[in-house]
Design a protein. Structure first.
Length: 634
């Protein structure tokens, strides 16, 4: 009878948790569960399977999503309501609203900017009512949504992330100025110690040690360019604005190494990346992203929303037969003297053969903070703010800087005697024909070429040995033009500080090929070619996902309202996989066109997924919808 019982027990416990030995009934040996290696696909494809609609359009009601595998819940930042919406994802095809987390209970009149989750703990980045004042990070339990604790961080906490071991939270405190630039807090990163989650402590890591290295950073290519009225000798203002390096640097997004020793922080407006040593809790390096040469064919772009020319052939080979007033066309061209400032928003980290790489979504972002726009642009009052954007055709009017309100006060008074600007003829060649399609100086500044393209007036003009602007007949002489964003995503080697691969002009070319009717359209009011003069499809969010032995990048195009998918398994040989877009432009009601304005994206691995399939979840800020995609393996 003893043998029969023992055999029965072995049969019942044959799942591998217990091994039986007939000679000793009490002997139990733990064996590990079998390792199931995830299949490596040849390729993948997105398929939308679910969607949650907040019912709020055009008010950032679905921005940043995160997923908690333990509770199978998605947490979505609803900036309109100033809360985080909690969705049940147990059935991915039918995400269901549960309730919201309201941080205003813990910081009055506050807003939630971002969110992160790790092992059942949810962290909210909460901005104070006065964004120049310190914010907080509030912690909650994902399972029952109960409040745990809060801790003070820097001004305007935006993106935040847990370290891989979950022992720390890193917060990018952007430190934006107020309207008018009267108050400009320092940018920083808060490192929150979670060893006692009920009483977390935060260490503020600032950039003050770099204040004395301002010129060194500028010479290296880091954009340090906030208002400093002390340099404008011909202007009398109330008080003097000065901008230190610590004030000028504005952390945007954070990626952390797998060993938790290093973090990389994108400084979007500064077109740079800061390296944070998490052991020493200090910034050990700041390096520039560099500039994208749009004179190269592989970096071509469409630079105007009003470039339609009857009889011309567009970039997909169609002859243009008619042009409506102020109409655009697909005109992806290389432009001499034009450079793109990568200005990454989201960044991510991954490893290949033990080597680290950074992946960046090169959105671009101009600096403009105005208290009184009229007084600043036409009244020449520097105390009313700061703005760096200008259209090419306005900067190079032959009449110079007129009084029509196109010229920033700081530009008018950049140097005594400045009356306008002109193109350097050594770079921007004179026209040799009357053809409107010839790329030359006089044509370049017209709407049909890049006259409407938005650039920064703060750089590109010639300077003397002391760094002062050089005038020719009272005009600044520009030999380079700098536009916003790379209209691409890049892969960087953080050791060499070099871009090893960039998608070049492929985003615009793929949209032109696959969805030509939606080329460079906007997300709030549909119009073909509407964004060519300003950052194009505008890549903003990025997330990475490993499936088997392959790594994929998913990039959200904020304005184009689609998702680009790339295989980045080999960093120097990244490959386009798919452009996914469900926008229905046949719907004249913009609120019914589908998912618009992807802001944040998250990858859910099959092992953590409610349906055991890899998923992608995207928060769409304009449509206020949260989309769920299943990743089909092929």
């Amino acid at each position: 009878m003893k043998l029969q019982i023992s055999a029965l027990m072995c049969a019942m416990l044959s799942v591998g948790l217990v091994a039986c030995n007939d000679s000793n009934d009490d002997a139990q040996v733990q064996t590990p569960p079998p390792v199931i290696e995830e299949v490596t696909p040849n390729t993948i494809a997105l398929e939308q399977i679910g969607r949650y609609e907040s019912g709020i359009f055009g008010a950032s009601a679905a921005e940043i999503p995160v997923y908690d595998a333990q509770s199978q819940r998605v947490f979505v930042v609803n900036a309109k309501a100033g809360v985080v919406d909690v969705l049940d994802l147990k059935q991915p095809a039918q995400p269901t609203y549960l309730q919201s987390l309201d941080a205003k209970k813990y910081l009055a009149d506050s807003e939630v900017n971002s969110i992160a989750v790790h092992n059942g703990i949810v962290a909210l980045a909460v901005q104070a009512a006065d964004k120049t004042q310190p914010g907080i990070v509030a912690f909650f339990k994902a399972q029952d949504l109960s409040f745990i604790s809060q801790v003070e961080v820097g001004a305007l906490p935006d993106m935040l992330t847990f370290s891989p071991d979950g022992k720390k939270v890193l917060v990018a405190n952007e430190g934006e100025p107020n309207e008018g630039y009267a108050v400009d807090p320092e940018g920083s990163v808060s490192i929150i110690d979670l060893s006692q989650i009920e009483k977390p402590t935060a260490k503020l890591v600032d950039f003050r040690a770099w204040n004395t290295r301002k010129q060194e950073l500028i010479d290296a290519g880091v954009r340090i360019f906030g208002p400093d009225t002390a340099q404008y000798a011909d202007v009398n203002t109330q008080g003097v604005q000065t901008t230190s390096v610590a004030q000028d640097l504005e952390p945007e997004y954070i990626a952390v190494s797998q060993d938790g020793q290093t973090a990389w922080v994108s400084l979007q407006e500064n077109n740079a990346i800061a390296v944070l040593d998490l052991v020493k809790a200090e910034f050990i390096d700041i390096f520039p992203m560099g500039y994208k040469d749009h004179s190269l064919p592989e970096n071509a772009l469409d630079g105007s929303d009003r470039d339609c020319v009857i009889g011309a052939t567009d970039s997909v080979g169609r002859q243009v037969e008619s042009c409506a007033k102020d109409a655009g066309m697909i005109n992806i061209q290389a432009w001499p003297g034009l450079y793109g400032m990568y200005m990454p928003d989201a960044i991510a980290h991954y490893q290949v053969d033990g080597k680290s790489y950074l992946v960046t979504a090169n959105e671009g972002d101009a600096r403009e903070w105005l208290k009184d726009e009229t007084q600043y642009f036409t009244g020449d009052d520097l105390s009313q703010g700061y703005a760096e954007e200008i259209r090419v055709k306005h900067l190079f009017k032959k009449a110079g800087f007129d009084a029509k309100g196109d010229y920033a006060a700081h530009l008018r008074h950049l140097v005594p005697g400045v009356v306008g600007a002109k193109l350097d003829p050594r770079v921007f060649k004179a026209c040799t024909t009357t053809a409107p399609t010839e790329i030359c100086a006089d044509n370049l500044i017209k709407d049909a070429q890049i006259g409407r393209l938005t650039i920064s007036w703060t750089q590109g003009f010639k300077r003397d040995a002391a760094g002062k602007p050089v005038l020719d007949d009272g005009k600044l002489v520009y030999d380079k033009l700098y536009t916003y964003g790379g209209r691409s995503f890049s892969i960087l080697d953080p050791i060499s500080r070099k871009i090893v691969w960039d998608s070049g002009s492929e985003f615009e070319r793929k949209i032109a090929e696959l969805f030509p009717a939606q080329f460079n359209s906007n997300h709030e009011a549909f119009k073909f070619d509407d964004r060519s003069d300003n950052k194009g499809p505008e890549p903003e969010g990025i997330t990475l996902g490993k499936i088997g032995q392959k790594t994929y990048a998913f990039i959200g195009l904020e304005r184009a309202s689609g998702i680009m998918v790339y295989d980045i398994t080999l960093p120097q040989q990244a490959k386009f996989v798919q452009y996914f877009n469900t926008r229905d432009i046949a719907q004249t009601d913009i609120t019914k066109q589908g998912d618009l304005g992807p802001e944040g994206l998250i990858f859910i691995a099959a092992k953590d997924s409610p349906n055991a399939q890899p998923l992608l979840v995207v928060g769409n800020e304009v449509s206020g919808s949260t989309a769920v995609y299943q990743i089909k393996l092929k």
